[in-house]
Design a protein around this ligand. Structure first.
Ligand SMILES: [Zn+2]
Length: 178
């Protein structure tokens, strides 16, 4: 599935990409920053934090899509609030409503800034993790009613439909045998 979906508002695209990418190596994090005006930022300085923030936001995304994450949500919120404080993100009242300012050279602050903005407007519940347990890709749901549960209807949607169909067929077969 692509990093960006059709219909994702421009101002949310860096967040969409951040949540979608795998930062399993520092090089991956460096590459991500390089394509986003953070090319002078030292990757080692924020690599671990970026991973933690991504994990916490992805936990909230799972919860957005009805995936059971138990008390992890509270831990994720605690971590995000801590980072918001440490990175000194500040609300600012403007003619267009409340904006959140971050240090312009801080990539993690930049991502959090967009996430907070999404949470204070309409957009955050549309950030989701795919309900397919073998996928769990992050995606932005730009559908009209925001009711998508899979990252892709063609791939994960049909795979899950097939799974349910087989389970029903098995149940029917078993009940015949019994
Ligand atoms: Zn999926």
């Amino acid at each position: 599935m692509p990093e960006h979906r059709e219909g994702t508002p421009t101002e949310l695209r860096d967040l969409e990409s951040f949540l979608w990418c795998d930062f399993d190596t520092m090089a991956a994090w460096r590459d991500w920053m390089k394509t986003r005006r953070f090319d002078r930022h030292e990757a080692a300085a924020s690599f671990a934090l970026a991973g933690e923030v991504q994990k916490a936001l992805r936990c909230l995304e799972a919860s957005n899509n009805g995936i059971a994450v138990s008390d992890d949500v509270a831990k994720a919120m605690d971590l995000l609030n801590l980072v918001i404080e440490e990175r000194r993100l500040r609300p600012r009242i403007t003619a267009d409503g409340v904006r959140v300012d971050a240090d312009p050279g801080d990539p993690v602050g930049h991502v959090l800034q967009i996430a907070i903005q999404a949470m204070t407007t309409y957009a955050w519940p549309r950030f989701k993790l795919c309900q397919d347990p073998s996928c769990r890709a992050s995606f932005f749901d730009s559908s009209k009613n925001g009711s998508k549960v899979w990252c892709s209807m063609e791939l994960c949607g049909s795979r899950n439909k097939m799974r349910r169909h087989r389970a029903r067929a098995d149940a029917a077969t078993n009940s015949v045998i019994v």
